[in-house]
Design a protein around this ligand. Sequence first.
Ligand code: PHE
Length: 357
Amino acid sequence: MEDGYAALAGRLAGAAAEARRVVEEAHTREELEAARVRFLGRQGEITLVLRSLGKVPAEARPELGRLANEARAEVERLVEERSRALDEAELERRLEAEAVDITLPGTVPLPGTYHPLTLAWAEVERIFTAMGFEVAEGPEVETDWYNFQALNIPRDHPARDMQASFYFTPDVLLRTQTSPVQVRYMRSHTPRLPVKIIAPGRVFRRDDDATHSPVFHQVEGLLVDEGVTMGDLKGVLDVFAREMYGKLARTRFRPSYFPFTEPSAEVDVSCTLCGGAGCRVCGGSGWLEILGAGMVHPDVLRNGGYDPEVVSGFAFGMGIERVAMLRYGIDDIRLLYGGDVRFLRQFRPAGEGGDQA
Ligand code: PHE
């Protein structure tokens, strides 16, 4: 049947031409799959031609079969090619979208640094523990008895005016000095000798101006044993001064008064800036006051449970802020509390060894 042959050949050619167009225009995986089904699926246009070959006259069958098989192979190949092209386009899109610009500079992590007060505190501990002092602690909320009375400062004593206090009740306050640790430590260790401690920590006073903070830091020192003299105090403080401020640092004792030491002294160190020649920092005197000290008063030894007839001792107290300022050349105490990163960044990064800022 010539008609059947011509009609089927025509359908085939039309389907193949349409398939080329549709496959070429498929821009998504779904469109391509729809195109494949339309021509090659079980009810596909080319599939149907192949199935109907049985009804074609025998003499036309080989030629028509060849044409149909060629058409199917061609469309299969086109679908295959288009599929690969879509894969490539998809990959291209993802590479572009997920591209990392490795030429951009990275975010540099900002390492933390130790606060100069922390450095000074650690340095003080290092120097005194190397001389055999143990580090002791006491409470920041203290009783009036430990903070004052046990230290020879009764309720009406004028020395209380020098240390304006934060009171919770008439008997409980924020400690104004680290000296109460002297008595606390002695009472909990008597009759052990020697008593050889430093006690660093926070102290609180009710003044707040450009040169005073209501919270600041002190280190107490206490050495009690048989035969301790002022010479021992001088020797220990000389070692401290040289370790903290350099080999050429010297100390000077000036007579002073504290209710809990007798005799008492203010201790100066040779100016850390000019070495003693006189400059702006030391006001031309060549000396800088760094701490208060003296021989522990017999009453204080007794309050600590030790017999002043048998033992003697020295004590000292210094401000850690002052140590930090002299050691690191900081000229305004407010820098220590401001939290300004530009200031703090100049000190030793946390986690680094050594004792230099
Ligand atoms: N506690 C004194 C003060 O805060 C310092 C000091 C301590 C003086 C020990 C002598 C002995 O001023």
